[in-house]
Design a protein around this ligand. Structure first.
Ligand code: PLP
Length: 567
């Protein structure tokens, strides 16, 4: 392992800040979509040899390890892991005044290396060192853990600590990219860094070079859900952070009433974007007056293609991993080879499931997958709106695999897990359903490649993008999804997959969505799967040739470079 930072500070870089980064399954520094996207972003940057450095926090106890008790209740346990297995500690130390104490921060270096030769360093910030009091040592333990005091301290470490650490390590930075608002306190540190050297000041604002900071910052917003935008009271901020910039000035940028992390980032970024076309529009409605662009998310093709498909692509589409546009030639792959490759992935998943859960799922039954963070708007139970109808349509013809974690404080999310587990018992003997615990990157790859159809049922327009469906596409698995997020752009009915419910922003009607789901399952999806394999394989081809071709992080990064970074 290369231990030095030296090779990375020779050229000026784009600093990518994210509260979570998921680069590998056994490094639990991510909770879900946001972190996996960050990991995919960094991997594509490495493949494309972009000069980037990423900054995040070291969550030594992970997000959480999920257990499900016999009543279907989720239990959260710490996820202990050995940091030394993956990273090297760096010697440099910085500090921040938090609650009047000098909190020391160190960092660890993890290097993402591309098969193509590029490298991107990730700096993991860590407060768990003997110099700190025990409560300060815990600041970087749990991703999204604790109460709002804990969260604010984490965001101070990420935003302000991140900038100080990059400086201390000797990085020269040409752009700061905030992946979601958790890191937006970094703009305050940048204001300080670039403050003007003026002797007598009658207007405080003259000291701060606001335009300079704005020109350096890029902000990506990730959710249309209000609760997803962190807000802290100024009282709390004053109690915790006593660090140079007056509250009055912060209020000008972050809102008069609360410290709104999204507003802070919006007001001090030159380029702002949402993560799909529709999400860009929705964000404009939420934040009128700001110029908000859209760069639709993508996934890292090599990471999200299973072994059997990797072999197939290597044979027919050499170079595909670093040039996913190659998927345009998907038609070169013979139908039977495409199907056999899928069956290999499916057997791999079904064997795993049968072994883990002692069920007897069948290789030949249409298998539906649904796995993502479990939270109310994603409506994991839409499929169960009318259980008798589902049982009648699917009896002996479908089997369903679920997985997902609910945030420890998301009670409705936890109830959904319980409900799925109850319904699994009720449908026992008619439709096999299983719930796999500890959804993570490895399990996600098994699922998106091993099922026949990838289901997504969010309440419109709350799914900003969604990325698991793009992962399915990379493995020839068609999507069956509500028209929201990326699917609005990727969907061609009966060609790349199928929609659920209306396409327009009509008021959400749960019953209509469920009716459409049942109708298509019964009359289109089940019959095509069993009786018209040729058409089914055409749809699989289009999932790859139309969806994976476009919804990959190489395309996404090229757009960040040309539209956000080089400006
Ligand atoms: C891709 C991924 C997600 C995000 O899936 P969505 O479809 O965006 O909800 C969440 N968790 C893991 C482990 C993933 O790999």
């Amino acid at each position: 392992m290369n231990t030095g930072i030296g090779e990375f500070i020779r050229e000026s870089r784009i600093a990518y800040f994210s509260m979570e980064i998921g680069v590998r399954s056994d490094m639990p520094t991510y909770s879900g979509g946001l972190g996996v996207l960050a990991g995919d972003t960094i991997k594509s940057a490495a493949d494309l040899k972009l000069p980037m450095v990423a900054v995040t926090i070291l969550t030594k106890k992970g997000y959480f390890k999920q257990e499900i008790d016999k009543d279907g209740r989720q239990i959260e346990l710490p996820e202990e892991w050995d940091v030394n297995r993956f990273m090297t500690p760096l010697q440099e130390k910085i500090s921040i005044d938090i609650e009047g104490r000098n909190v020391h921060i160190v960092s660890w270096l993890y290097i993402v290396e591309s098969a193509a030769g590029g490298k991107v360093p990730i700096i993991f910030l860590d407060t768990d060192i003997p110099d700190n009091k025990s409560e300060d040592r815990e600041i970087t333990h749990y991703l999204y853990g604790g109460n709002e005091v804990y969260r604010l301290k984490q965001e101070i470490v990420l935003g302000i600590g991140g900038i100080r650490m990059l400086d201390r390590l000797g990085f020269e930075i040409k752009k700061y990219h905030m992946n979601e608002g958790h890191s937006s306190l970094l703009v305050l540190e940048l204001l300080k860094k670039y403050r003007r050297d003026i002797e007598e000041v009658w207007d405080e604002k003259l000291i701060w070079d606001i335009e300079k900071v704005r020109n350096l910052c890029v902000f990506t917003t990730h959710t249309p859900i209000a609760a997803g935008h962190d807000k802290f009271s100024y009282e709390l901020l004053q109690n915790i952070l006593s660090d140079g910039i007056s509250i009055n000035l912060i209020k000008e940028f972050a809102g008069g009433e609360y410290l709104n992390m999204t507003l802070l980032a919006l007001n001090l970024s030159r380029y702002i974007n949402g993560v799909a076309k529709r999400h860009g529009e929705v964000s404009k409605g939420m934040f009128p007056g700001y110029e908000i662009h859209a760069i639709t998310n993508g996934v890292h093709s090599f990471t999200w293609t299973c072994d059997s498909f990797k072999k197939l692509y290597d044979k027919y589409l050499p170079g595909w991993a670093n040039e996913p546009e190659t998927f345009v030639r998907i038609g070169r792959i013979p139908d039977d080879e495409l199907w056999n490759t899928h069956m290999e992935a499916k057997r791999h998943l079904i064997d795993y499931v049968n072994q883990e859960t002692h069920t007897e799922m069948n290789y030949d039954i249409l298998t539906i997958g649904f796995a993502r963070r479990v939270t109310a708007y994603k409506r994991a139970d839409l499929l169960f709106t009318d259980m008798e109808r589902l049982a009648r349509i699917g009896n002996g013809k479908i089997q369903i695999i679920y997985a997902g974690k609910a945030h420890p404080k998301d009670e409705p999310g936890k109830m959904l897990i319980k409900r799925i587990i109850e319904i699994k018992e009720r449908l026992n003997g008619r439709i096999k359903i299983i719930f796999l615990k500890n959804y993570n990157i490895d399990l996600a790859l098994k699922l998106v490649s091993g099922v026949d159809v990838w289901l997504n049922t969010p309440q419109r327009p709350l799914e900003a993008s969604g990325t698991s469906g793009m992962k399915a596409s990379h493995n020839g698995v068609p999507n069956f999804s509500v028209l929201d997020g990326w699917w609005i752009e990727g969907h061609i009915e009966g060609y790349t997959g199928w929609s659920i419910g209306p396409s327009l922003d009509t008021a959400t009607d749960l019953q209509k969505d469920a009716d459409d789901l049942y109708y298509k399952l019964e009359n289109i999806i089940i019959p095509t799967f069993y009786n018209d394999r040729r058409t089914w394989i055409r749809i699989m081809q289009n999932a790859i040739g139309k969806n994976a071709y476009y919804f990959n992080s190489h395309r996404m990064m090229r757009r960040y470079v040309t539209e956000a970074y080089i400006r």
